[in-house]
Design a protein around this ligand. Structure first.
Ligand code: HEM
Length: 428
């Protein structure tokens, strides 16, 4: 099983000198490159991006914990620091929409801690517990819509709608808005890619501005008439130390980045990745369905660890740092590659395998670590749990539909997203 979850012919650099992560073919299956870097160059300056890529588990934990030396301030709204594409987007936002403020994930303490406190309140455990029956019933309802067909595109018919409908309901949108919102988040996602042309930047920005005009009346309605949604709390709660709630620019950044992309795209990718892993590993599927009560929670953690829907995110060095003999200058960008740390054999035994009996399985970096630990992890875990549980309860056996899948991922540096997953099944 040591080759588990690797493509048949992934790009395998022969040496560190050939390595890069800025190549869509490498990102399609980055695991051999991660292994090479982890073993031979645990701090690696990628020649194509200039980023310092960090790949070992302990180093990643240290970076996430050490907020004195490593910052999350990865984007400035000051046009003086913008590249050409950022200047174009900034101008369009100013003219036609709202310049997005820094999102929660892109702030440092104490600013971050103050803002996080209103998110912690909105996402408090009791509130997330209350969502549990809704997640459960939606998962069974979605499966029920296609179970008699004997086949489905799991990504489109299940993995996208489950988390997106849940977050839509909490963000003041309606179930039927999901495909419009998906088009906007896809555009946002595309806008984070490398080497975009001016036209592509304009198109992505215009899509985001359309989304802003959709959300703005929702903010205004919730200010006039608060309700019991998560967004109502975010719109109306004063941030401690700021003397005011979030303004429109800050709310727009949250809607797109932290809630709709961060909070649904990621879970979608976890659900699709889990079903793909089960289709490829029959023995794991047999064991899982033999006793879901015993194995399902660990399976959810293993999916997030092995496939890491968020492959990596950046940090900025606040001071000159030296790590594994590599000098990183103040201001340089670091790529904290959580997905590589999640397969570090120094921390995980048989790291490339799905182990349904792994001890402390949740101790991975798929949700990051430290002060920016994923706010939505409790909700994501429920969505993964009920998504897979509904599948196990309805499906006796399943397999990939022949000739319909290319099993490619959407080309993106930070997120790992399966394009489609056509399966056929025998229902219970
Ligand atoms: C499988 C699903 C998910 C994965 C893999 C994931 C992963 C992550 C990661 C890696 C971070 C860390 C950012 C950093 O260290 O800079 C993060 C932060 C965050 N996530 Fe998630 N996430 C998931 C689901 C969700 C959901 C469902 C929500 C909300 C509805 C959410 C909201 C957030 C927010 C707001 C942050 C920023 C936290 C902060 O900076 O304090 N995520 N997530």
């Amino acid at each position: 099983m040591s080759e588990i979850n690797r493509m048949d012919t992934p790009v395998c650099p022969h040496s560190v000198a050939e390595a890069t992560l800025a190549d869509p073919e490498v990102l399609e299956c980055p695991f051999p490159t991660y292994e090479l870097l982890r073993e031979e160059a645990p701090v690696f300056q990628d020649p194509r991006t200039g980023l310092y890529v960090v790949t070992r588990y302990e180093d990643l934990r240290m970076i996430c914990a050490d907020t004195e030396r490593f910052s999350n301030l990865r984007y400035s709204n000051d046009p003086a620091y913008h590249n050409a594409n950022q200047k174009i987007a900034h101008r369009l936002f100013l003219e036609k929409g709202w310049v997005p403020g820094a999102s929660l994930a892109a702030r440092d303490d104490p600013d971050h801690k103050q803002m996080r406190s209103i998110f912690d309140k909105a996402f408090r455990p009791k509130r997330i517990d209350q969502l549990d029956p809704e997640v459960e019933s939606l998962a069974y309802e979605l499966i029920g819509r296609f179970i008699d067909d004997g086949h489905c595109n799991f990504v489109r018919q299940f993995a996208v709608p489950l988390p997106l409908i849940i977050i839509c309901r909490q963000m003041g949108a309606k179930d039927e808005d999901i495909w419009q919102i998906k088009a906007w988040t896809d555009a946002w996602f595309r806008g984070t890619g490398f080497g975009l042309t001016e036209e592509q930047v304009i198109w992505c920005t215009q899509m985001e501005i359309q989304a802003q005009h959709f959300f703005q009346p929702i903010f205004e309605r919730l200010r006039r008439a608060p309700d019991d949604t998560l967004l109502s709390d975010l719109v109306n709660t004063e941030v401690p130390g700021w003397g005011r709630p979030l303004n429109d620019n800050e709310l727009h950044a949250e809607m797109m980045q932290d809630t709709f992309v961060g909070g649904s795209e990621t879970t979608t990718n976890g659900l699709s990745a889990g079903i793909m892993l089960l289709a490829r590993h029959q023995s794991v599927w047999e064991k899982l369905k033999s006793d879901p009560e015993k194995y399902l929670r660990t399976f959810c953690e293993e999916v997030v660890r092995l496939e890491s829907p968020v492959q990596g995110l950046s940090r900025i060095a606040k001071v000159d740092v030296e790590l594994h003999g590599v000098k990183i200058s103040k201001g340089a960008a670091i790529d904290a590659r959580f997905a590589a740390g999640n397969r570090d054999p120094r921390h995980f035994q048989r790291p490339d395998e799905i182990d349904l009996e792994r001890k402390a399985a949740a101790n991975h970096l798929g949700f990051s670590s430290g002060t920016h630990y994923c706010l939505g992890a409790p909700l994501a875990r429920r969505e993964l749990y009920w998504g897979f549980k509904a599948f196990i309860d309805h499906v006796d056996d399943f397999w990939m539909a022949e000739g319909k899948n290319n099993l490619r991922h959407y080309p993106n540096y930070a997120l790992r997203a399966l394009n489609e997953l056509h399966i056929e099944f025998k229902r219970r």
